[in-house]
Design a protein around this ligand. Structure first.
Ligand code: TPP
Length: 190
């Protein structure tokens, strides 16, 4: 399956959810599908999208939070999973798009291409709900089940290593930051 199709399938579900993505292909795709002021595309800082999501989820426990991570990013900071599990934010869904590569910087293969299982690692870290999905229907079901479960979930979505031509968003980081901060503060979009 393609990551873009996964994002399209749940885009309507992200209307009033704090969304944090990694940089690169996933950010460019989500913005192209339809940017919202509640979407924040974290630049650089590989492996820290779930940490940013964790901070928001703990600070605002009634707000749903969704993180879109990548296999390469998560592998750079596996301790992020143990910290997520330790604090167990019930309002956070952690999606890892596992394309077995560092697509946004040239497609170098990651450890998942030789068998490392990120859902098993998440479960071993103590994440209470951790699943792997391989079709759009499975992905949508897992995403909605995670939202409904009221517990921390990591969904590893196995996707093809394909993406947009340009891996950049058409939105300055600073502008995105202020938009997102206003959203979190409940202030009207500018
Ligand atoms: C600490 C750090 N090292 C390197 C980079 C350069 N970089 C940006 S995106 C990326 C690849 C991300 O891979 P993955 O999380 O698997 O997502 P994909 O690009 O495959 O969607 C890299 C290495 C970075 N942003 N930060």
């Amino acid at each position: 399956m393609e990551r873009r199709a996964c994002l399209e399938a749940i885009h309507a579900d992200l209307a009033d959810v704090a969304v944090v993505t990694i940089m690169g292909a996933v950010a460019a795709e989500l913005q192209a599908i339809g940017h919202r002021p509640n979407f924040f595309y974290l630049q650089h800082a590989m492996g820290l999208a779930s940490s940013l999501g964790l901070g928001i989820a703990l600070a605002q426990p009634t707000r749903p939070v969704v993180v879109f991570d990548g296999d390469g990013s998560l592998l750079m900071n596996l301790g992020g999973l143990t910290t997520l599990a330790r604090y167990r934010p019930r309002n956070l869904v952690h999606v890892v798009f596992d394309n077995e590569s560092l697509l946004s910087v040239g497609g170098f293969p990651t450890a998942t291409s030789t068998g490392s299982d990120l859902a098993a690692i998440a479960a071993a870290a103590g994440v209470p709900r951790a699943v792997t999905v391989r079709s759009i229907a499975e992905f949508v079901d897992a995403f909605r089940a995670a939202r409904a479960s009221g517990d921390l979930t990591t969904i590893v979505a196995k996707v093809e290593a394909v993406g947009p031509k340009a891996f950049v968003t058409d939105l300055a980081l600073l502008e995105n930051r202020y938009q997102f901060a206003r959203y979190l503060q409940g202030r009207a979009p500018l």
